[in-house]
Write a protein that binds this ligand. Structure first.
Ligand SMILES: [Fe+2]
Ligand SMILES: [Fe+2]
Length: 231
């Protein structure tokens, strides 16, 4: 049970990341005028949807074994893609980034995704069914990384390796930032929930003590009521 508890957040976050990638790629597909690029983005989006589905399936397997209270915390709702920072509320990356930065983003993130899956692979075991599925996903990510690299070298041949390294460093920091942001949200939730409950309890107690007869208007001359009255 302890293992499942620690695995739930990993599969939950990864499923979010994969679904967000699928949506980003679909947005890029819709936004481009080049049929060749559109096909590339479309096939990439299809892969990412399949990855997301695999991780949601693995999440649901673990959710079934966890307690209802625990599983409830890992129920997926689409707005959490924005709330958790996987999709920006300012728009899709293809809309907010220069094409060059977008391709560099794909180039670096595919490699980062592949290396983060290495840890998940150790967790589930190489020889398990899930392990085999994750190994296939890792191959897909490497293929995506390779495709972005080819595109990059064709279109921006003057780009130096150190510039790509900076892109990679920036993305690593962004990923860490997202984790800190998420941890902060959870901390605030733990801190504020008792406060909200106390306020709701107080409001309920006050409402119970109110004499509602005072609020009855029937038979009253409303013209005689003070202008300060809440009636
Ligand atoms: Fe993926
Ligand atoms: Fe990918």
């Amino acid at each position: 049970m302890k293992k499942i508890k620690s695995e739930l957040p990993i599969f939950y976050e990864t499923a979010h990341a994969e679904l967000a990638s699928a949506l980003e790629m679909l947005a890029a597909c819709k936004g481009t005028d080049s049929p060749k690029l559109a096909l590339g983005y479309f096939l990439h989006a299809r892969d990412e949807y399949n990855h997301a589905r695999s991780f949601f399936n693995m999440l649901s397997e673990r959710g079934k074994k966890a307690s209802i209270e625990k599983a409830r915390d890992f129920r997926f709702t689409p707005p959490s893609l924005i709330k958790k920072g996987y999709i920006s509320n300012k728009g899709f990356l293809i809309e907010t980034m220069k094409l060059k930065d977008f391709i560099a983003f794909v180039y670096t993130n595919e490699l980062l995704a592949k290396s983060s899956f290495e840890n998940i692979l150790i967790l589930v075991g190489h020889s398990t069914e899930e392990g085999k599925r994750i190994a296939t996903i890792m191959n897909d990510e490497l293929r995506h990384h390779g495709m972005a690299k080819i595109h990059f070298l064709n279109h921006y041949p003057s780009l130096q390796p150190w510039q790509l390294m900076i892109y990679r460093m920036r993305e690593t920091i962004n990923n860490k930032g997202r984790k800190i942001y998420d941890a902060n949200l959870k901390f605030l939730d733990r801190l504020l929930t008792p406060l909200y409950r106390a306020m709701a309890f107080l409001a309920g107690t006050m409402a119970k003590k109110l004499n509602l007869n005072e609020f009855k208007r029937k038979g009253k001359n409303l013209m005689n009521i003070s202008s300060n009255s809440i009636l």
